[in-house]
Design a protein around this ligand. Sequence first.
Ligand SMILES: Cc1cc2nc3c(=O)[nH]c(=O)nc-3n(C[C@H](O)[C@H](O)[C@H](O)COP(=O)(O)O)c2cc1C
Length: 323
Amino acid sequence: MSDSSYWNSPLIIAGKPYPRFISGPLDGITDSPFRRLVREFSKDELLYTEMRHVACIATPRAHVKALDYLQLERPLNFQIAANQLPYIAPAIERILASGVDMVDLNVGCPASNVIGSGSGSALMADLPRLESIVRTLRSLLSIPFTVKIRAGFKCKNAIEVARMLEACGVDALAIHPRLQSQRFEGQPDYELAAQVKQAVSIPVIISGGIVNFKMASMVYNTTGVDGFLIGRGMWSKPWKLAELAAHCQGQPFSLPITTVVEYAIKHFNLMLEYYGPRGLFAFRKHLPFYLRGIPEATTLRKKLVIETSAQEILQALHSLCEK
Ligand SMILES: Cc1cc2nc3c(=O)[nH]c(=O)nc-3n(C[C@H](O)[C@H](O)[C@H](O)COP(=O)(O)O)c2cc1C
């Protein structure tokens, strides 16, 4: 396939077409308020939720904020973590009732509390357990089912894992080609991703280091993957997928600084509305990124990340816009 026909053709998962760029899961970042903003720029792209453990979703009385999303956020891939079978069926029942389009199993999280319980990337080192979880999920899921893996836990076994997932009937897989010990740092092993792509027939999506179209093209040429999961490249940039889509068409994309600040204000208001007062603290993860590169905001940024009054933050952002 020539490069331009590749970029202008869809990624097909379980017979349905999606744009090749996808908003990946970032815990604490790609929540419902953020996804609503992404939808202002990108209507058809697949968005992942953050990871939620099945045990937190399974109990009927548990109020799972992650299940509070708007229909406009769809198509939505709901990501779960699981380490044992009992919670899976009740959790899946609630997830399906919420109307998501896909379910993704996280087999990549490196965090010690997650691997300590035998979920996330720990499953890369426990293939019998992984297989039984995947087979159970497949039998319960009438909608597409994807899995996000790593290069491996301590050793690189992604090819073996990918083949097993395909044999279990998984519809697509995403690979973040780093070992658990590398967490989110160091060069992703794109060669390994290329080998995984060669080893299976289901779509393979790459995660790791894709922040712009130039990088995506380079990684496509190395790996031949079918899609791109954008992680940190999305952070406080709800327009990122639209920017990548424009570049696929050879079109330029830029936003005036005032629009960027206006989106910071919108984002902050959505977080206050969704989380209540704790939205202010949650927004501190985003604020410096929105203001990065704005010369007038250098001192303001330092002041606003410790500010405890929502009114003060909003006022400061509004006056920055007026400047
Ligand atoms: C703050 C943060 C939170 C993350 N949360 C998740 C998560 O909930 N589920 C998941 O599969 N990966 C998660 N990841 C991993 C990313 O989805 C992605 O695989 C990784 O950051 C590499 O891609 P990138 O270089 O585009 O960021 C997270 C990464 C970061 C930095």
